[in-house]
Design a binder for this molecule. Sequence first.
Ligand SMILES: NC(=O)c1ccc[n+]([C@@H]2O[C@H](COP(=O)([O-])OP(=O)(O)OC[C@H]3O[C@@H](n4cnc5c(N)ncnc54)[C@H](OP(=O)(O)O)[C@@H]3O)[C@@H](O)[C@H]2O)c1
Length: 250
Amino acid sequence: MDGRLQGKVVVVTGASRGIGRELALGFAREGAELVLASRKAPPLEAVAAEARALGVKATAIPTHVGRAEEGRKLIEETVRRCGRIDVLVNNAATNPVFGPTVAADETAWDKIFEVNVRGPFILSRAAAERMVGQGGGAIVNVASVAGLRPMPGLGIYGISKAALIHLTRTLARELAPAVRVNAVAPGLVETDFSRAILGDADVRRMALADVPLGRPAAPAEIVPAVLFLASDDARYVTGEVLVIDGGKTV
Ligand SMILES: NC(=O)c1ccc[n+]([C@@H]2O[C@H](COP(=O)([O-])OP(=O)(O)OC[C@H]3O[C@@H](n4cnc5c(N)ncnc54)[C@H](OP(=O)(O)O)[C@@H]3O)[C@@H](O)[C@H]2O)c1
């Protein structure tokens, strides 16, 4: 195999299903050595096995990214096993509430920020230390168009993704030139995560009404942008947020 990410060590969080699973398999097809993280071991192991079947090394390390110690261990273990870390993809996220922002309690706020913002911060900090020491690396954050424009019902989630976008831009400045830091901002993607919206025919119709391409993305349609940002093809790109939303925010 001779892919764009041949021999690069890539960590993907939230890799057991949805966009993260497709990202793992996309990086595997480009020849990367993978370390995959999410909370539950069995589905994560299954994705690692799928990646190995594509001819690359892949390890599953069950990790709750909202727990600081587990996040630090994920990066330490990656370096111990693989000798380095070239790419970190912060893809795992949560959204336990749907509805008006002021109807949510602070437990929901804390949980969302722990997983969607503090987790990527802790992982990026640990990864960046290694990347700077080894002479370079790339971080790609999976944000959302809800972080660029308020979306009904997705208040705190959107605020957390806006924070992730700002983390992306801040680290892009601070970690240059050694580490490039970019984000993708998907619109609606057909996964478990969006089932509350896309699984109900009426809500689905309303949510897709202002999407010029007229449909949600398939999870695989987020992969090429992430591979681009992670690869040397994007060597002069940092602090960028690539929107993949079928035209929703145009
Ligand atoms: N689907 C959409 O419409 C959409 C739109 C815009 C942006 N996004 C973003 O895309 C990313 C992936 O979403 P998705 O749609 O693929 O979701 P998904 O299908 O629900 O998958 C979420 C993944 O994250 C893992 N995860 C959840 N909480 C975690 C935690 N605390 N620690 C570690 N792993 C955790 C899950 O595994 P475990 O449950 O085993 O931990 C799973 O692997 C997220 O950042 C999401 O915000 C999605």
